[in-house]
Design a protein around this ligand. Structure first.
Ligand SMILES: C[S@@+](CC[C@H](N)C(=O)[O-])C[C@H]1O[C@@H](n2cnc3c(N)ncnc32)[C@H](O)[C@@H]1O
Ligand code: SF4
Length: 378
């Protein structure tokens, strides 16, 4: 039987590079769009025989970078080629990331017309000064306008990405951001703590002592504030950083967290077939060159052994509110006595519990999910 899987397309173009971002993105290359789309379509064709027999796809996610910068004609071309090449389920979820202020109503309407049905808006913050600090080009008002335009264009599944634990962000400001999103009635909220990633300007400035990151206590306070406010307002938390109104969970991201297969196209894109993970070259130029030579633009592979698979299940599963199916864990466990292993973990950690045949963390446990998970690794 074919497995259900997701497709990710990475569009690397951005107007500026934000100081905290380590995703592969490049500026001043938008004029290469036609050549880039040709390469993406070529990559799709090159992988046809590898994937088509294995999967029924039910999600497509255009991420970046800033996919909303390119003309929807190109998105449509990619979709047409995906439909021609792979097998899809009915009523699939098709998402796109858009930057506030960098997409007009007409473009949103065209995206809706060509079949996109989920929009993810990079709001980040609704405070003018914090947006400037983060190098964002948009104002708070532009974020709200983009949201309202997405609604006008007919989207009934809209996410807002928010960031907390930004230096000089107060708890009151953060609460206001959350409240505004609730009042706007967005369907889904991703609430991320600002992380200092290697190679970013933020990292450099923190190392030089020019920027001081808020402490862990602040991070936890802001995280819990968001959880409490959102849950009170009918947003179900389904993953540490993700909250959704009923039936508005992001099916594509669920594929990642459930360790379902996903295949990805574009520079830096990662794919996974439940046994191995592989990733494309990060350089756009190298990507274009490899494709023009008729090669798949793969830079590396990693095969997961049974223990690594088990550990990944723990790491991803404990971050989700539904937890991990005990039976699934048991089937992957390589030791001789799974019941004994599980019993020990439950005794060692009072934040772990079993409900509906799934292993879960309670609300405070979620604050330490990564630490608890790594202590459970085999
Ligand atoms: C890579 S961006 C792409 C989408 C779009 N270009 C944007 O900026 O909104 C995806 C999301 O990742 C999150 N993100 C990126 N870097 C982050 C960091 N260092 N800490 C926390 N969140 C981050 C942001 O919330 C952002 O909306
Ligand atoms: S955060 Fe978004 S807009 Fe900023 S550099 Fe990263 S991908 Fe580009």
């Amino acid at each position: 039987m074919k497995k259900t899987a997701g497709i990710y397309i990475h569009i690397p173009f951005c107007t500026v590079k934000c100081m905290y971002c380590d995703f592969y993105s490049i500026t001043n290359r938008l004029e290469d769009t036609p050549q880039f789309i040709k390469a993406i379509i070529e990559e799709i064709k090159l992988s046809k025989d590898i994937h088509n027999k294995n999967y029924d796809f039910d999600t497509i996610f255009f991420g970046g970078g800033t996919p909303s910068l390119i003309d929807p004609i190109w998105i449509d071309k990619i979709l047409t080629n995906l439909y021609k090449t792979f097998t899809f389920k009915k009523n699939i979820e098709i998402s796109i990331e858009v930057n506030p202020g960098e997409i007009k109503l007409e473009k949103l309407k065209t995206l809706k017309k060509i079949g996109l049905n989920r929009i993810s808006i990079g709001v980040q913050s609704l405070d003018e000064k914090l947006l400037k600090f983060l190098d964002r080009l948009h104002s708070p008002i532009e974020s709200i306008e983009t949201y309202k335009n997405a609604r006008k264009a007919g989207f009934d599944n809209i996410n807002a990405d928010l960031i907390f634990n930004i230096p000089n962000q107060s708890l009151v400001q953060w609460e206001k951001d959350i409240q505004t999103m609730i009042e706007l009635n967005v369907d889904h909220i991703s609430s991320y703590s600002l992380t200092v990633e290697k190679g970013t300007v933020l990292n450099k400035e923190v190392n030089r002592g020019n920027i001081i990151m808020p402490n862990d206590a602040n991070d936890k306070r802001m995280y819990l504030l968001a959880v409490n406010e959102l849950i009170k307002n009918q947003y179900g938390q389904y993953e540490i950083s993700n909250f959704a109104k009923q039936n508005k969970r992001c099916l594509h991201n669920l594929h990642y967290w459930n360790l379902d297969p996903y295949i990805s196209f574009g520079p830096s894109a990662h794919s996974y077939d439940t046994k191995k993970r592989w990733w494309n070259t990060k350089s756009l130029d190298k990507y274009l060159k490899m494709i023009s030579n008729g090669e798949l633009p793969i830079q590396g592979y990693e095969t997961l052994n049974v223990n690594e698979k088990f550990n990944e299940l723990i790491l991803n599963g404990l971050r989700m509110n539904d937890g991990i199916k005990i039976l699934r864990l048991k089937n992957v466990y390589s030791g001789s006595d799974f019941e004994n292993y599980l019993d020990k973990q439950l005794k060692k950690n009072s934040r772990l519990y079993i409900k509906d045949e799934c292993l879960k963390l309670n609300r405070t446990g979620m604050l330490f999910a990564d630490e608890i998970a790594s202590n459970m690794f085999i």
